[in-house]
Design a protein around this ligand. Structure first.
Ligand SMILES: [Mg+2]
Length: 230
Protein backbone atom coordinates (compact mmCIF):
# COMPACT_ATOMS: atom_id res chain seq x y z
CA UNK A 1 0.00 0.00 0.00
CA UNK A 2 1.25 3.45 -0.88
CA UNK A 3 2.10 5.36 2.26
CA UNK A 4 2.16 8.90 0.91
CA UNK A 5 -0.34 10.68 -1.27
CA UNK A 6 0.84 14.29 -1.06
CA UNK A 7 4.38 15.53 -1.55
CA UNK A 8 5.20 19.11 -0.60
CA UNK A 9 8.33 20.62 -2.13
CA UNK A 10 10.27 23.65 -1.07
CA UNK A 11 11.20 25.66 -4.20
CA UNK A 12 14.43 27.66 -3.72
CA UNK A 13 17.48 25.42 -3.42
CA UNK A 14 15.36 22.25 -3.67
CA UNK A 15 14.01 22.42 -7.25
CA UNK A 16 14.93 25.90 -8.53
CA UNK A 17 18.69 26.46 -8.43
CA UNK A 18 18.60 29.49 -6.17
CA UNK A 19 22.35 29.75 -5.69
CA UNK A 20 23.21 29.53 -9.40
CA UNK A 21 20.36 31.76 -10.56
CA UNK A 22 21.02 34.34 -7.87
CA UNK A 23 24.73 34.41 -8.72
CA UNK A 24 23.96 34.97 -12.43
CA UNK A 25 21.64 37.85 -11.57
CA UNK A 26 24.22 39.40 -9.24
CA UNK A 27 26.78 39.23 -12.06
CA UNK A 28 24.43 41.21 -14.32
CA UNK A 29 23.72 43.66 -11.53
CA UNK A 30 27.44 44.11 -10.86
CA UNK A 31 28.04 44.91 -14.53
CA UNK A 32 24.94 47.06 -15.25
CA UNK A 33 25.40 49.26 -12.17
CA UNK A 34 29.19 49.51 -12.47
CA UNK A 35 29.71 48.06 -9.00
CA UNK A 36 33.40 47.41 -9.72
CA UNK A 37 33.94 51.03 -8.61
CA UNK A 38 32.92 50.10 -5.06
CA UNK A 39 33.84 46.42 -4.85
CA UNK A 40 36.70 45.45 -7.15
CA UNK A 41 36.05 41.72 -7.35
CA UNK A 42 32.70 40.16 -8.22
CA UNK A 43 33.53 37.21 -5.94
CA UNK A 44 33.79 39.59 -2.98
CA UNK A 45 30.51 41.30 -3.81
CA UNK A 46 28.82 37.91 -4.15
CA UNK A 47 30.15 36.69 -0.81
CA UNK A 48 29.15 39.85 1.04
CA UNK A 49 25.67 39.87 -0.50
CA UNK A 50 25.13 36.19 0.31
CA UNK A 51 26.08 36.79 3.93
CA UNK A 52 23.65 39.70 4.36
CA UNK A 53 20.91 38.01 2.35
CA UNK A 54 21.03 34.98 4.67
CA UNK A 55 21.06 37.29 7.68
CA UNK A 56 18.05 39.40 6.65
CA UNK A 57 16.07 36.29 5.64
CA UNK A 58 16.72 34.77 9.04
CA UNK A 59 15.50 38.03 10.65
CA UNK A 60 12.44 38.05 8.35
CA UNK A 61 11.50 34.49 9.36
CA UNK A 62 11.65 35.57 13.00
CA UNK A 63 9.47 38.61 12.33
CA UNK A 64 12.28 41.07 13.12
CA UNK A 65 12.27 42.81 9.75
CA UNK A 66 9.53 43.60 7.22
CA UNK A 67 9.45 42.24 3.69
CA UNK A 68 9.84 45.77 2.28
CA UNK A 69 12.91 46.46 4.36
CA UNK A 70 14.45 43.03 3.68
CA UNK A 71 14.49 43.71 -0.05
CA UNK A 72 16.60 46.86 -0.10
CA UNK A 73 18.43 46.36 3.19
CA UNK A 74 20.48 43.35 1.99
CA UNK A 75 21.87 45.53 -0.82
CA UNK A 76 22.32 48.50 1.49
CA UNK A 77 24.44 46.43 3.90
CA UNK A 78 26.44 44.97 1.00
CA UNK A 79 27.20 48.40 -0.45
CA UNK A 80 28.03 49.71 3.01
CA UNK A 81 30.70 47.02 3.38
CA UNK A 82 32.06 48.26 0.04
CA UNK A 83 32.24 51.82 1.41
CA UNK A 84 29.00 53.30 0.04
CA UNK A 85 26.01 54.22 2.25
CA UNK A 86 23.19 54.90 -0.20
CA UNK A 87 19.62 53.77 0.46
CA UNK A 88 18.29 55.08 -2.88
CA UNK A 89 20.95 53.17 -4.83
CA UNK A 90 20.26 50.03 -2.77
CA UNK A 91 16.57 50.27 -3.75
CA UNK A 92 17.54 50.46 -7.42
CA UNK A 93 19.65 47.31 -7.09
CA UNK A 94 16.78 45.57 -5.35
CA UNK A 95 14.32 46.49 -8.13
CA UNK A 96 16.71 45.17 -10.77
CA UNK A 97 17.39 41.98 -8.82
CA UNK A 98 13.73 41.16 -8.17
CA UNK A 99 12.88 41.82 -11.79
CA UNK A 100 15.66 39.70 -13.28
CA UNK A 101 16.25 36.80 -10.87
CA UNK A 102 12.83 35.12 -11.31
CA UNK A 103 13.39 34.94 -15.08
CA UNK A 104 16.30 32.57 -14.55
CA UNK A 105 15.58 28.95 -15.39
CA UNK A 106 18.37 26.84 -13.94
CA UNK A 107 16.99 23.90 -11.97
CA UNK A 108 18.61 21.48 -9.53
CA UNK A 109 19.80 18.48 -11.64
CA UNK A 110 17.07 15.89 -12.42
CA UNK A 111 14.18 18.08 -11.24
CA UNK A 112 12.06 17.50 -14.35
CA UNK A 113 12.70 13.74 -14.45
CA UNK A 114 11.76 13.47 -10.80
CA UNK A 115 8.55 15.47 -11.17
CA UNK A 116 7.56 13.51 -14.28
CA UNK A 117 8.08 10.27 -12.38
CA UNK A 118 6.13 11.42 -9.31
CA UNK A 119 3.29 13.30 -10.92
CA UNK A 120 1.48 10.15 -12.08
CA UNK A 121 1.22 8.71 -8.59
CA UNK A 122 1.21 11.60 -6.15
CA UNK A 123 -0.30 15.02 -5.70
CA UNK A 124 2.57 17.49 -5.76
CA UNK A 125 2.57 20.87 -4.02
CA UNK A 126 4.94 23.79 -3.53
CA UNK A 127 5.45 25.15 -0.03
CA UNK A 128 7.65 28.24 -0.07
CA UNK A 129 8.66 31.21 2.06
CA UNK A 130 9.41 33.25 -1.08
CA UNK A 131 7.41 36.27 -2.20
CA UNK A 132 4.27 35.77 -4.30
CA UNK A 133 5.38 38.23 -6.97
CA UNK A 134 8.57 36.29 -7.71
CA UNK A 135 7.75 32.64 -6.95
CA UNK A 136 4.97 32.38 -9.54
CA UNK A 137 7.21 33.90 -12.23
CA UNK A 138 9.97 31.40 -11.39
CA UNK A 139 7.55 28.47 -11.58
CA UNK A 140 6.14 29.66 -14.92
CA UNK A 141 9.47 30.49 -16.55
CA UNK A 142 11.25 27.33 -15.50
CA UNK A 143 8.39 25.10 -16.73
CA UNK A 144 7.53 23.74 -13.28
CA UNK A 145 4.11 25.16 -12.64
CA UNK A 146 2.05 22.49 -14.43
CA UNK A 147 3.38 19.73 -12.15
CA UNK A 148 1.76 21.18 -9.05
CA UNK A 149 -1.77 20.87 -7.70
CA UNK A 150 -1.30 23.73 -5.30
CA UNK A 151 1.25 26.43 -4.58
CA UNK A 152 1.33 27.62 -1.01
CA UNK A 153 3.35 30.67 -0.10
CA UNK A 154 4.06 32.08 3.34
CA UNK A 155 2.32 35.27 2.27
CA UNK A 156 -0.92 33.36 1.62
CA UNK A 157 -0.58 31.37 4.83
CA UNK A 158 0.27 34.38 6.99
CA UNK A 159 3.13 32.38 8.55
CA UNK A 160 6.64 31.40 7.51
CA UNK A 161 8.33 28.01 7.66
CA UNK A 162 9.30 26.61 10.19
CA UNK A 163 6.07 27.74 11.89
CA UNK A 164 3.82 24.62 11.94
CA UNK A 165 0.93 26.92 11.02
CA UNK A 166 2.05 27.17 7.39
CA UNK A 167 2.37 23.39 7.15
CA UNK A 168 -1.14 22.90 8.55
CA UNK A 169 -2.46 25.58 6.22
CA UNK A 170 -0.80 23.82 3.26
CA UNK A 171 -2.26 20.43 4.16
CA UNK A 172 -5.70 21.95 4.61
CA UNK A 173 -5.49 23.67 1.23
CA UNK A 174 -4.31 20.42 -0.39
CA UNK A 175 -6.91 18.29 1.40
CA UNK A 176 -4.10 16.21 2.92
CA UNK A 177 -3.67 14.45 6.25
CA UNK A 178 -0.26 14.64 7.98
CA UNK A 179 0.27 10.85 7.86
CA UNK A 180 -0.05 10.77 4.06
CA UNK A 181 2.15 13.86 3.54
CA UNK A 182 5.85 14.21 2.89
CA UNK A 183 7.88 17.43 2.93
CA UNK A 184 11.03 17.77 0.78
CA UNK A 185 13.37 20.66 1.53
CA UNK A 186 16.99 21.81 1.73
CA UNK A 187 17.10 23.79 4.98
CA UNK A 188 16.95 21.64 8.07
CA UNK A 189 15.82 24.30 10.54
CA UNK A 190 13.16 25.61 8.17
CA UNK A 191 11.76 22.76 6.06
CA UNK A 192 12.54 19.70 8.14
CA UNK A 193 11.92 20.98 11.67
CA UNK A 194 8.73 22.69 10.54
CA UNK A 195 7.36 19.56 8.86
CA UNK A 196 8.34 17.41 11.84
CA UNK A 197 6.52 19.72 14.25
CA UNK A 198 3.43 19.58 12.04
CA UNK A 199 3.42 15.76 12.07
CA UNK A 200 4.63 15.23 8.50
CA UNK A 201 7.39 12.88 7.39
CA UNK A 202 10.40 14.66 5.91
CA UNK A 203 13.04 14.35 3.19
CA UNK A 204 16.18 16.39 3.85
CA UNK A 205 17.73 17.29 0.50
CA UNK A 206 21.34 17.71 1.58
CA UNK A 207 23.68 18.01 -1.44
CA UNK A 208 26.47 19.51 0.71
CA UNK A 209 26.24 16.54 3.07
CA UNK A 210 26.00 18.73 6.17
CA UNK A 211 25.47 16.95 9.44
CA UNK A 212 21.74 16.77 10.22
CA UNK A 213 21.21 18.16 13.75
CA UNK A 214 18.60 15.52 14.56
CA UNK A 215 16.82 12.54 13.07
CA UNK A 216 14.92 12.86 9.81
CA UNK A 217 12.66 10.38 7.96
CA UNK A 218 14.83 10.35 4.81
CA UNK A 219 18.00 12.10 3.74
CA UNK A 220 19.18 12.42 0.12
CA UNK A 221 22.12 14.15 -1.55
CA UNK A 222 20.70 14.00 -5.11
CA UNK A 223 17.08 14.48 -6.15
CA UNK A 224 16.88 11.25 -8.10
CA UNK A 225 17.39 9.28 -4.88
CA UNK A 226 13.75 10.12 -4.12
CA UNK A 227 12.75 7.79 -6.93
CA UNK A 228 14.24 4.90 -4.97
CA UNK A 229 12.34 5.92 -1.84
CA UNK A 230 8.89 6.51 -3.38
MG1 LIG B 1 15.10 26.15 0.19
Amino acid sequence: MQLYRHIFFDLDGTLWDFEGNSRETQKELYRVFGLKKYCNEFGNFNRIYQKYNDQVWSDYRKGRISKEKLKWYRFYLTLKDCGLSDKVFAKKLDAFYLNEAPKKKELIPRTIELLEYLSGNYELHILTNGFNEVQFIKLENSGLISFFHSIITSEDAGALKPDPLIFRYAMQKAGAEPEESLMVGDIFEVDIMGAKNAGMDQVFFNPEEDKAPESVTFEITRLEELIGIL
